[in-house]
Write a protein that binds this ligand. Structure first.
Ligand code: GLN
Length: 455
């Protein structure tokens, strides 16, 4: 596996850090286990995995692709990393992302651009472009991502991989670097639906170190995926979300989406159209709530506690406040600064009710749309992303065009419901298309069955 990484990295650049030696030690430790010890471990034991550099790894540099964390070696592991180690899964290294997971193309990384393995002139999506590209280019069989508005699913769609955002609270966020805490969730990036189910069962479950963790055991996702492989969907009601396809979606994406829906029908599922009229406000609400939480979460990078410290120039007073200002000016990129300013504005006295208050009300409307939709259907479907992979630079000067990429993925984050993207063939341009399933809260297994049936 490390040889594949060596061969692919010069053109793909999916990894920020490759932890090859540690991975080999972990692999040896697994090989040295007795057969009876191995029999106790999960099915994925011994299988190596790549980790988005948004997740804290003890002894391995963790940067969130930001200059402000350059050189930071965490003294502890995230809960998900502890679980992977307990399962004897070697860590291959840390993958590239948009700085602090803010972006849809991985171009906002402070370190490097990652290429889409399907066409190296194009982006792999974002923010988790590194994990998706690594899995797509066979540099890693499995990876972890984080998804705040689509950062696991949209890169999955653009690279032809499977990406899952679990129910909010289903996987511990302890040790996931916080972007927007009420939306963030860690999840699997894999090549098959069954692999995602196996991985989600390993990383999921209650954790008392995450106060938003759901106090319930893992759902039977592996069983659901295996059942789906029989390709019998009789009795399943699939809701096609009217607002999440059609206008604004690339024709080739639409075509593959409708063909996949026809395949679900052919396997016995009943397809109904459902309407979620408030989804049109989800992007607006997200771009208030998310930056508000970003501005608060990123206040901790002050030059005092972690990573970078830049002293003010000599003609400026050497105070702590000035040091914080010069550190943050040098350490954060443009997109992160844009969001901190937006969030600080939205939360400021006098504007709080008009912006943050309204956005929270819209969030409730979206939750209610989902509730009504799930009275009519067991699982909802849409294309994952309105377009296939775009060229480097195409959307960098137009933040709104970049934000539009997440139109179909954001509603699930706002409502905390589980969702996944699976490959649905190639568009007319020869690039992968993603198909999204969305299930009710804490019912992750419901999407695994039809997803496994369709792949
Ligand atoms: N692309 C979205 C954003 O820029 C989603 C980010 C994410 O899920 N981390 O905010």
């Amino acid at each position: 596996q490390l040889d594949v990484i060596d061969a692919a990295e010069p053109s793909i650049k999916a990894f920020l850090t490759v932890s090859g030696e540690a991975a080999l030690e972990q692999a040896d430790a697994f090989d040295n286990l007795s057969d009876s010890e191995k029999a106790e471990l999960p099915e994925l034991a011994g299988v190596p995995i790549a980790i988005k550099d948004m997740i804290v790894t003890k002894g391995i540099q963790t940067t969130a692709a930001s200059r402000i964390l350059e050189g930071w070696i965490p003294p502890y592991d995230a809960t998900v990393i502890e679980k992977l180690k307990a399962a004897h899964m070697p860590l291959l290294g840390k993958t590239n992302l948009d700085e602090f997971a803010q972006g849809s193309s991985t171009e906002h990384s402070a370190y490097q651009n990652t290429s889409n393995p399907w066409d190296v002139e194009r982006v792999p999506g974002g923010s988790g472009g590194g994990s998706a590209a690594a899995v797509s280019a066979f540099e890693a069989p499995l990876a972890l991502g984080t998804d705040t508005g689509g950062s696991i699913r949209q890169p999955g769609a653009l690279t032809g991989t499977v990406g899952v955002k679990p129910t909010y609270g289903g996987v511990s966020r302890f040790g996931a670097i916080a972007m927007a805490s009420s939306l963030d969730q860690i999840g699997p990036v894999t090549r098959t639906v069954l692999d995602s189910a196996l991985l989600q069962e390993i990383i999921g479950g209650h954790d008392k170190r995450d106060s938003t963790s759901i106090p319930e055991g893992p759902r039977p996702m592996v069983a659901a995926a295996r059942e789906g492989q029989r390709r019998d969907l009789k009795g399943l009601k699939v809701g096609l979300v009217k607002e999440l396809n059609g206008e604004g979606f690339q024709p080739g994406v639409e075509a593959r989406f409708h063909e996949a829906v026809d395949m679900l029908t052919a396997m016995g599922a009943e397809v109904v159209e459902v309407s979620c009229p408030n989804f049109k406000y989800s992007l607006g609400a997200y771009y208030i709530i998310m930056p508000s939480e970003v501005s608060s979460n990123l206040a901790r990078y002050d030059g005092m506690r972690y990573g970078l410290r830049v002293m003010p120039p000599e003609d400026v007073a050497q105070t702590a406040a000035n040091m914080m200002a010069t550190t943050r000016e040098a350490g954060f990129g443009d997109e992160v600064k844009r969001r901190i300013i937006l969030g600080t504005y939205a939360l400021s006295a006098g504007y709080y009710d008009a912006w943050y208050g309204s956005a929270q009300k819209v969030r409730t409307l979206i939750i209610n749309d989902f509730k009504k939709a799930f009275e009519q259907a067991d699982v909802l479907v849409s294309p994952t992303s309105p377009t296939t992979a775009f060229k480097f630079g195409e959307k960098m000067d137009d933040p709104l065009a970049m934000y539009m990429n997440d139109i179909a993925t954001i509603p699930a984050n706002l409502a905390g419901v589980p969702a996944m993207s699976i490959p649905a063939g190639l568009s007319d341009d020869g690039l992968p298309v993603g198909f999204q399933f969305i299930a009710p809260q804490q019912r992750d297994e419901v999407m695994y069955k039809p997803a496994a049936a369709l792949e």
